[in-house]
Design a protein around this ligand. Structure first.
Ligand code: NAI
Length: 341
């Protein structure tokens, strides 16, 4: 099937072309992001492939349907950028990649935590300048510390297990459902308030929903242990970024590592090194010595990109064959779950 692929980066092309050896689709790559102004590029394509910052609102979906598109394949897990009601009304099948490599994200989370607490990026910067002084680089043993994991699904469970079984931490967890495998390991489930109050490290792994939006806000920061570390590789809007800045300025927060940011759609995945960034909160966050930010790269492994490409092209093949893909998202099952993975 002919597929118009939007927001193409070199790595998308590499992995999609490699996976396509099995499927034989006709892949046409477009660099621009999908939005109303670019939707016409898809004219005559029965399928389009979109990424997290592509716009799939009612206007774009109508333009796509008018151009003959029948299948919208998201090369991502989250689908909150798609108006599912309008897609259903137009008869567009929306498919996604529900899970590709929870290991990629979980391992990156642990890496961020260590890099933050042990100040590895700062240390490397110094050593490159022949500055071998250790002042300001002091960290903590993770052994024996309390780590709170909010959301123990595919990724959170791996992080909880790594911290408990690997590092010997006390692990507190909060989720709507308890995972027996984790309780057997000695992980203790509790409510969010208790988890926040008792944790030295808080790691976020729940989806973004109206209920979880700003789960870490000013009140949570006030309730938390002085000097606690916060890691977010899930969705930016789980944290109130302004409250975060206040918590960092006051010294209440010991350190923050973020792979996601509430307003990341305007920033991440692009080279903006020659631009003036207009987001003052983001710019302020970058100024703290105890903040470490990466641009939504936790998923970015060979294994994950391979799985994303294979599942995406497989989803299109299923739908093209007239079958309903197991990875189809419908308005009925749709949630406000976060922007992707
Ligand atoms: P999952 O669906 O396997 O797990 C999510 C867990 O959160 C479930 O156990 C669910 O019961 C729980 N949950 C739902 N509502 C909750 C609430 N109100 N309070 C506490 N827990 C709640 O999802 P998965 O695959 O583990 O992904 C977790 C997050 O990581 C998602 O937001 C996903 O979008 C994000 N992600 C980030 C990536 C990155 O590159 N930074 C890549 C992939 C995923």
């Amino acid at each position: 099937m002919r597929i118009a692929i939007f927001s193409t980066k070199s790595y998308d092309r590499t992995f999609l072309e490699r996976a396509n050896a099995r499927f034989g689709h006709d892949l046409v790559f477009f660099e621009p992001k999908l939005e109303a102004a670019t939707a016409r590029l898809a004219e005559g394509f029965p399928a389009i492939c979109a990424f997290v910052n592509d716009v799939l609102d009612a206007e774009v979906l109508r333009l796509l349907a008018a151009g003959g598109t029948k299948i919208v394949a998201l090369r991502a897990a989250g689908y909150n950028n798609v108006d599912l009601d309008v897609a259903a009304e137009l008869g567009l099948a929306v498919v996604r990649v529900p899970a590709y490599s929870p290991h990629a994200v979980a391992e990156f989370t642990v890496g961020l935590l260590l890099a933050l607490d042990r100040r590895i990026p700062r240390a490397w910067g110094r050593v490159r300048e022949n500055n071998f002084a250790l002042d300001g680089l002091i960290g903590h043993d993770l052994f024996g510390k309390t780590v709170g994991v909010i959301g123990t699904g595919r990724i959170g469970a791996l992080v909880a297990r790594a911290m408990r079984a690997g590092f010997g931490c006390t692990v507190l967890a909060h989720d709507r459902f308890e995972t027996a495998e984790l309780t057997a390991l000695g992980v203790t489930y509790t409510n969010v308030d208790d988890l926040v109050a008792r944790s030295d490290v808080i790691s976020l792994h729940c989806p973004l929903t109206p209920e979880t939006r700003h789960v870490i806000d000013a009140a949570a920061i006030a309730r938390a242990k002085p000097g606690f570390l916060l890691v977010n590789t899930s969705r930016g809007a789980l944290i109130d970024a302004e409250a975060l800045v206040a918590g960092l300025k006051s010294g209440k927060i010991g350190g923050v590592a973020l792979d996601v940011y509430e307003q990341e759609a305007d920033l991440f995945f692009e080279d903006l090194s020659n631009e003036i960034i207009q987001d003052d909160v983001f710019q302020r966050l970058l100024t703290f010595p105890n903040v470490l930010i990466t641009g939504h790269q936790a998923f970015f492994t060979e294994e994950a990109l391979t799985a994303i490409a294979e599942t995406t092209l497989g989803n299109v093949a299923e739908e093209a064959a007239g079958r309903v893909s197991a990875n189809r998202v419908s308005a009925a099952t749709g949630t406000a779950a976060g922007r992707r993975g």
